[in-house]
Design a binder for this molecule. Sequence first.
Ligand code: CA
Ligand code: CA
Length: 81
Amino acid sequence: MTGVINYWLGAKDMFQNDTFYWLDDTTLDDGFTNWDPAEPHDGDEDGIVLHTSDWQWVNIKLDGQYNFLCEHDLGRIGKLL
Ligand SMILES: [Ca+2]
Ligand SMILES: [Ca+2]
C-alpha cells in the first residue's frame, strides 16, 4: 500500500476480541465508526488505524510505528487563550 499513511486511533480490543474500547473506557458501540467492510476480522489484531487513502478503519497488530490522532477538549483551549 504505497502512499497510504496510517494513524493510530486510541481504541483496542485486547481484553475481549471485537469489543473495542477507547482510552476513556467507552466502547465503539457508543459512537461513530468507519470500518473497512472487511474489518475487524482477526483475533490477534487488537489496534485500529485510520487509512488516509479512504478514511476507513482497519484493525491491525499493535506493533507498528505510526502517527496518531487524539481528542482534545476545545473548551479548555478557549480558556487558555
Ligand atoms: Ca482483536
Ligand atoms: Ca484486520
